[in-house]
Design a protein around this ligand. Sequence first.
Ligand code: FES
Length: 281
Amino acid sequence: MSGASIAPEADQPKEFAFTPENLERAKKIIAKYPEGKQQSAVIPLLDIAQRQHHNWIPRVAMDHVADLLDMPRIRVYEVASFYTMFNKAPVGRHFFQVCTTTPCWLRGSGDVMRALQDRAACGNHETSEDGLFSVLEVECLGACVNAPMVQINDDFYEDLDYDKTVALIDALKAGQQTTPGPQNGRTNSEALSGATTLLNMRPGHRPAVPASAARPVADGAQADQPDPAPGGAPPAHEVAAQAEASPGAHRGDAEPEKKGRPVQKVETSGGHAGTTDKGEK
Ligand code: FES
């Protein structure tokens, strides 16, 4: 079905060619690479072939890609069999890749697999009788914060449990639209208890500013920028005003104030009045 398995001879079509639209796309991709390096387009071309052929790549499609790129067929077979996103045998319309690596396993990927077995009648490396579902256990898909998760065709479905997986399967069976992403209502990967930082970055949020705290805003500054912390940098418009009032202060030609090291006038032997730091030899 996927991974290293190759479709048996009986399932292999006899011929394959890109549609005119896909051939055009393939040519544009090939043209991106320098002369002599066109073989680097092998992965995007295999992807186009897979999408054209019901989400799996028959051997004749790999041969077609090899001929287009003028590369040995065995080299294309090697690439296609190395990357697990290329299916070398037919898969169901909804191809579930279930992450069962440690974080997802600890968070209940076993329940996700159980739900698939119970509701879709489909276990690991299997395709359901009706051709609707295929299931494959895979390694970490990089969405561990939202474990457990599955990839269905191109999309991630996260924060699953047994019931949510069953609901997802039922919706797909009914031909309903499903919504990828977290299935528990949280936004992306924010904390389960809700967002605690960057609250003013949330879509549509505009924090209320009390009239007493309203300040003029410099050109280009954000109106909802928080006040600087005590001791922090002053707002940009105050810095600009100070620079205008005392331009020398920013050219470095004003006497800087020395903190914690009081300056004391001393008389030199020649009666000349000079300055030195206290404690200086
Ligand atoms: S462990 Fe499952 S996405 Fe990383």
